[in-house]
Design a protein around this ligand. Structure first.
Ligand code: PLP
Length: 757
């Protein structure tokens, strides 16, 4: 049975409501005339267009001025900017001219200003007007700069936060400093959510888009104040009084006619402001109830009630998006999504802390929302978040059944990796390479799963900060056995008396966790205190290379490269010997778990590094001596950029080439099934996502446990074809590439993931 979907992303676009869709269909099939035609069909189309224009005026409170139908707001913005720049060319140019726009404006505005200023050869600086912590424009800044402005662009309501401005105060400051300056107000997100009375203002240009309020994409309009210059952007047949040529979008205009009728009638199709405020209050209560630590990234006193923007400490936007999507609730990360870091330039401009910007979620709805729908949404949010509690990712007093946690789990913050190993036969665990921002999550998990942390270990000391292990150990002091509390600088318990013999006969200190054993061995090079933590699920006395399942090597071996050796406490020559040593201790397929993963490769192995043929491969194949290594390593480090964003780069890495992963369409998968082909279908979403929308016969191998899965399968990886699936196809692609790198050949992933299944 397919899951019911709840669409809470109306600021991106909206559904076309049934009466509007009916009008569109009628316009396409019956009333399809060209308004320029002089026959009856054309006359009817023209009449509809003029009726719609008149309704637009009523909706905008603009009895005077022009209304020009466009393809949407972006086109309206082009027209306004070109018109203003054209005007500027006819006036004396002020010294150091400016094109001003609000710092939280939609990208369509600053990009258009820059584009046309460049093409028109206008020597103006495109300057952002700062905003305060609520998103309100800095009026003093405007007062100090407006006299040099060739144009000023502001917005009626922000698309990410819903923030609206004090328009009267804004107008006073603009007009008292520059009565003539062209002023554009982007009204896209205000339509249907804020009262508009454009004719009572001195706003010169106001662009709108139909699809943000239940009309189809491809129709919008631009309001232009009476007497304000307008430069046609599209020339041709002279439609729209010569201001915008091209045969008009009759179906789109028909949609607007119905939409405007609904907005103007009091028949209850659209909720009034008081009702929308009530809806927001209910959503706020629900969200606060499920996420007690949630923070709103907006001030509700100056934002439209239909936009909520919030962050939850400890959760990235991506994680919350995945959760909501799995529960059938469509929300937005409220920010531009780049491949690496997701953050919001709007929230950054408001000066909100980085974590809020990186974890923002936007939830937006329209005035056609009903109480019944809202109740269902709130219920669904409640059950989605309950799934997080079963994964121990959220504290909860509900009596939820918890997903058990066993084996190796990988946590990531940016490119930093932290590892939790839970012995499958006891409740003992260790944390390796703790990361500050993940401490809270780890503490919650360990408590919720009733685990006993025997040690919180670093693979090396950090020059630039104290280990996060100190804080985590303090937070978990009541769970760590008292005799293991006294530790050395890397967190290794002083009283750990066990020892194990490694493949070359060296005897090293060891920590036993149920049936597993963790051995610590020196691995100097990246830093002089670097160690390898070698984990075997088999606690025998002598650990041969094939007994080592996972090797935590910190920044010594990263996927596709070696950690840097140009710190003051680095020693490239020691690294050379450490690498040779490692090749004796480890099996070629033992999984090397790094403390940084710059390109989503998750883990590596000596065999993978040998296949890739980098510097480590040269050392391992015996073809490189000490001196040559030192030279090559210095060369490798010289190509290292020190910083990636706020992170210190610990190794020069290259994105993996990988080769293409065969893609499978959902229909092809079904065909394979019908043919009775043997395959293993792996759903790599996190357990709470999987629980919310399970796929019938897939095994759940969450991405955070991918390395554990590979470790379990080490000698069975080449049997049946593996088919990976996730929400959208991006995680399954990354996981497939990683598996491929680690030697799995028979692998496919479902392009488009569950979204296209
Ligand atoms: N302005 C704002 C505030 C918006 O939210 C959008 C769309 O997201 C636009 C302009 C651009 O609208 P369109 O893509 O419909 O042209």
């Amino acid at each position: 049975m397919s899951q019911q979907e709840f669409y809470l992303d109306s600021n991106a676009t909206t559904v076309v409501l049934p009466p509007i869709a009916d009008a569109v269909m009628k316009a396409l099939t019956q009333e399809f005339g060209n308004p320029s035609s002089s026959h009856v069909t054309g006359i009817r189309a023209k009449a509809r267009m003029e009726r719609t224009r008149a309704l637009a005026r009523q909706v905008m409170g603009a009895h005077s001025g022009q209304v020009i139908f466009t393809s949407g707001a972006t086109e309206g913005i082009q027209t306004a900017v070109i018109s203003a720049l054209q005007t500027a060319k006819t006036r004396p140019m002020p010294e150091a001219p400016l094109l001003l726009y609000g710092a939280t404006e939609h990208k369509a505005v600053p990009e258009t200003l820059k584009h046309w200023a460049r093409l028109f050869d206008i020597p103006a600086e495109v300057r952002a007007i700062p905003v305060d912590g609520r998103g309100r424009l800095d009026l003093d800044f405007i007062a100090g700069h407006i006299d040099r402005a060739l144009m000023i662009c502001t917005m009626a309501a922000n698309n990410e936060t819903g923030c609206f401005q004090d328009m009267a105060a804004l107008e006073r400051v603009i007009r008292s400093g520059n009565p003539q300056v062209p002023w554009m107000v982007d009204c896209v997100q205000a339509l249907g959510k804020l009262p508009l009375a454009l004719a009572e203002t001195s706003i010169d240009y106001a662009p709108f888009s139909g699809h943000k309020l239940y009309a189809p994409k491809g129709i919008g309009w631009l309001y232009v104040r009476e007497g304000v210059p307008l430069t046609p952007v599209i020339a041709g047949g002279g439609q729209e009084s010569g201001l915008r040529s091209g045969t008009e979008n009759g179906a789109g205009i028909a949609a607007l006619e119905v939409l405007f009728g609904m907005m103007l009638s009091q028949d209850g199709a659209f909720a009034d402001h008081a009702t929308l405020l009530g809806y927001r209050a209910q959503l706020v209560n629900t969200l606060r109830g499920v996420f007690p630590e949630l923070v709103f990234n907006q001030d509700h006193d100056c934002s439209v009630p239909t936009t909520l923007n919030f962050s939850v400490p400890g959760f990235s936007s991506k994680e919350l998006m995945d959760l909501f999507d799995a529960a059938g609730i469509r929300v937005s990360s409220g920010s531009a999504c780049s491949s690496k870091v997701t953050r919001s330039f709007v929230l950054d401009a408001m000066g909100l802390p980085a974590w809020q910007s990186e974890s923002a979620i936007r939830l937006s709805f329209g005035p056609a929302m009903t109480q019944a729908e809202l109740d269902a949404v709130c219920e669904r949010i409640d059950s989605a978040v309950a799934a997080l509690a079963t994964s121990c990712l959220l504290e909860s007093d509900r009596d939820a059944e918890k997903h058990g946690l066993k084996g190796l789990i990988q946590f990531k913050a940016g490119s930093s990796c932290c590892w939790l190993y839970v012995d499958p036969d006891s409740n003992h665990c260790v944390v390796v390479d703790p990361v500050d921002s993940l401490n809270q999550r780890l503490e919650r998990l360990i408590r919720c799963q009733d685990l006993v942390p025997l040690a919180i270990l670093d693979t090396h000391g950090h020059a630039d900060h104290e280990s996060s292990g100190v804080a985590l150990r303090e937070a978990l002091f009541d769970r760590i056995p008292a005799e293991l509390m006294a530790v050395d600088a890397l967190g290794w318990p002083n009283s750990c008396g066990t020892r194990r013999t490694l493949a070359d006969g060296q005897v090293m200190p060891a920590l036993t966790l149920g049936n597993s054993v963790l051995v610590r061995a020196p691995l100097p090079g990246h830093t002089d205190d670097s160690v390898a933590l070698l984990l075997s699920r088999n606690a025998c006395d002598t650990l041969l290379a094939e007994d080592i399942d996972f090797a935590f090597c910190g920044d010594t071996v990263l996927a596709g490269t070696l950690g840097r050796t140009n710190f003051s406490n680095s020693q490239p020559l020691s690294m050379y010997h450490s690498l040779n040593q490692l090749s004796v201790w480890l099996h070629p397929d033992s999984l090397i778990c790094p403390s940084h993963d710059y390109h989503h490769q998750f883990a590596t192995s000596l065999a993978a590094e040998l296949r890739e043929g980098g510097l480590l491969a040269e050392v391992l194949s015996g073809g490189m001596g000490e001196h040559a290594f030192m030279l090559a390593k210095a060369e490798l480090d010289s190509g290292l950029c020190d910083q990636a964003g706020s992170e210190l780069m610990c190794g020069a890495t290259v994105a993996q080439s990988g080769g293409a992963i065969p893609e499978l369409r959902a229909a092809e998968l079904q065909q394979w099934r019908r043919e009775g082909r043997r395959l293993s279908l792996l759903d790599i979403r996190e357990p709470h996502e999987f629980a919310l929308s399970p796929t019938s016969d897939a095994d759940n191998v969450p991405l955070s446990r991918l390395v554990d899965f590979i470790g379990q399968q080490r000698y069975r990886l080449d049997s049946d074809p593996m088919v990976l699936v996730c929400r959208s196809g991006s995680r399954s692609l990354l996981a497939s590439q990683s598996l491929r790198r680690l030697g799995v050949t028979n692998i496919h992933h479902i392009a488009g993931g569950h979204a296209l299944s």
